[in-house]
Design a binder for this molecule. Structure first.
Ligand SMILES: [Zn+2]
Length: 321
């Protein structure tokens, strides 16, 4: 018998298997899984879609120890594949985040009265609350480009839309794709670092998408925010359909857009509003750290002139209009 070197599973086959298994362990629905050969690799020496299955580390180990047979694994797969439910429920207990990052913008200091980490209009995309003596409570609801929920977390229980072209899990990171090379969203749920990082391209009905990535938060090519630190504020980043008048460190609602950098906002109604290139700012104990209104973002999508620079050391009274 010739000795055969085990090769990697081709990406196209791995993706097809993930989709067939509804992006979770076929036995328990856990979102952390490995691809396993139903008939062992040592027997078949090949990677075929029909012979591969997603199993969580626990059920993978049970199958390796023959506590789950190949025939049972196939039955679990058939059951999972035939389910018409739009979601797969998974782990009931997520991580306890000290920090949530939106790209390079960091949010921490959660408490029971915290509002939303990230909200568009009336839709809360992500919120984290910490109740005294109790666990964290994470809620999340992210809609994709066809209006279907792709990721939902309700009171720490995560459910994942199974209609996506691909959802790839590597370590504690999930990558959602509309098609080859077309990433919609990534979420890292890192328990050992008590850390959640959400990045993606979000369509909120503007000319341009809001993109959250490793460089910052963008509206089309315009940098909105980067390297800001939001601590103990009720709300983090809010994009509001209906702007109100708020007491702000820098409120640029209306006629112009400013650059705000290296400022500290404490106990404001809103830290900064409608600024572009807001970077290295610190917000603490504000009602809302950062806010944009939709009319301004729409205008920014078309043009952005009249830029006024706001620098560290200026008093809030000089800036409020
Ligand atoms: Zn499992």
């Amino acid at each position: 018998m010739t000795h055969q070197i085990r090769t990697d599973i081709p990406r196209t086959i791995a993706r097809a298997v993930r989709q067939k298994c509804k992006f979770c362990c076929v036995v328990c629905g856990h979102w952390i899984y490995e691809l396993d050969h139903i008939k062992e690799w040592a027997e078949v020496h090949e990677h075929t879609e029909d012979n591969l299955i997603c199993l969580c580390p626990n059920h993978h180990s049970k199958k390796t120890k023959n506590l789950i047979s190949a025939a049972q694994a196939k039955r679990y797969l058939e059951k999972r594949a035939s389910e018409s439910l739009p979601f797969t429920a998974s782990d009931t207990q997520l991580i306890e985040p000290d920090t949530v990052a939106l790209g390079t913008n960091v949010i921490d200091g959660f408490h029971a009265n915290s509002g939303d980490v990230f909200r568009f209009g009336n839709s809360s995309y992500l919120s984290v609350k910490k109740y005294p003596g109790e666990a964290y409570r994470i809620d999340c609801r992210i809609i994709d480009n066809i209006g279907k929920p792709s990721l939902v977390i309700e009171e720490n229980e995560m459910v994942i839309g199974t209609h996506m072209w691909d959802i790839e899990q590597k370590g504690c990171k999930l990558t959602f794709r509309y098609g080859p090379g077309d990433i919609f969203m990534e979420i890292e749920l890192n328990a050992s670092k008590n850390y959640i990082n959400l990045q993606g391209n979000f369509d909120i009905g503007l000319t341009n998408h809001i993109a959250i990535n490793g460089r910052g938060i963008y509206l089309g090519k315009i940098v909105l925010l980067k390297f800001n630190h939001i601590h103990s504020c009720r709300d983090g980043l809010i994009i509001n359909q209906h702007p109100e008048n708020h007491r702000c460190l820098a409120n640029n609602h209306g006629n112009y857009t400013s650059v705000v950098s290296s400022c500290t906002a404490m106990r404001c109604d809103v830290g900064i509003m409608n600024t572009i290139n807001g970077f290295n700012n610190k917000f603490s104990e504000c009602r809302t750290a950062i806010m944009y209104d939709i009319p301004t973002l729409n205008r920014l999508s078309k043009e952005h002139d009249h830029i006024v620079k706001v620098q560290a050391g200026m008093l809030p009274s000089e800036l409020v209009r």
